[in-house]
Design a protein around this ligand. Structure first.
Ligand code: NAP
Length: 212
């Protein structure tokens, strides 16, 4: 797996992840909202070194693509174009932003809903459970005792391992989980928004499993 990261959505999460990936030696390509006339300036300022490209070109030139748009905007992304790609779903159902989303509440996790939109994506739920500001401040080199853990939930073992490699490069200890555990990384769980190391994340997921 190469080190070419594509990011869809140049907002708080997209630009933060992009900076971490560039610092780790990844190539970063990003596509921003077409409704933002200043997108080039935003990317030049917040993500120097990344290439701003149309979505299809970002996808074609990337080994891993991160969905970093509001969940309510996921359907504005060409998800069909992501067939066969390793895709990180960093999105949360954030009610104040997204409101009610038909189908999401009934799904086992928001990622199960995203996966249902195109089952041919190699979807991995990850990076959704820490705030964008923590992504930058908590990233640490491998072996650092204060290294934070980040989950990667998917039943596609190869895709999950690829995302684990990305997480490690970004500065986090990856914890690989089955797709069903994705819901234990969501907003109302012990892991969400809390600093945990790898063991702490595993324990918190087990605790969350027992509650549901
Ligand atoms: N903020 C956090 O701390 C945090 C942490 C973890 C996960 N998340 C999740 O990560 C996702 C992104 O959050 P965020 O805080 O980065 O949001 P944000 O700052 O609002 O950024 C999202 C960006 O995506 C753009 N966008 C929307 N549709 C697009 C499309 N089809 N193609 C390209 N760009 C598009 C938006 O542009 P427009 O505004 O013009 O639509 C906006 O610039 C959300 O699902 C959120 O729940 C957030």
């Amino acid at each position: 797996m190469g080190k070419r990261l594509g990011i869809i959505g140049a907002g708080k999460v997209g630009t933060t992840l992009g900076r971490l990936a560039l610092a780790a030696g990844w190539e970063v390509r990003v596509c921003a909202s077409p409704s933002r006339p200043l997108q080039a300036m935003i990317v030049e300022t917040l993500l120097p070194g990344a290439q701003l490209l149309p979505e299809a070109e970002v996808v074609a030139a990337s080994d891993i693509v991160v969905l970093a748009v509001p969940l309510s905007k996921a359907t504005t992304v060409d998800l069909a174009g992501l067939s066969g790609k390793v895709v990180v779903d960093a999105m949360n159902h954030w009610y104040p932003v997204d409101g009610d989303l038909p189908g999401v509440g009934e799904a086992r996790s928001s990622s199960h809903w995203v996966a249902s939109l195109n089952p041919a994506m190699r979807l991995v739920k990850s990076l959704n459970h820490l705030g964008y500001h923590d992504m930058e401040t908590d990233a640490r080199p491998a072996g650092d005792p204060e290294r934070r853990a980040v989950g990667a939930a998917s039943d596609d073992v190869e895709a999950r391992a690829a995302v684990a490699g990305l997480l490690d490069d970004l500065g986090f200890d990856p914890v690989e989980l089955p797709a069903a555990d994705g819901r234990h990384l969501e907003g109302d769980t012990p892991v969400f928004g809390r600093w945990v190391d790898a063991e702490g994340l595993r324990v918190a997921v087990e605790r969350s499993r027992a509650r549901r």
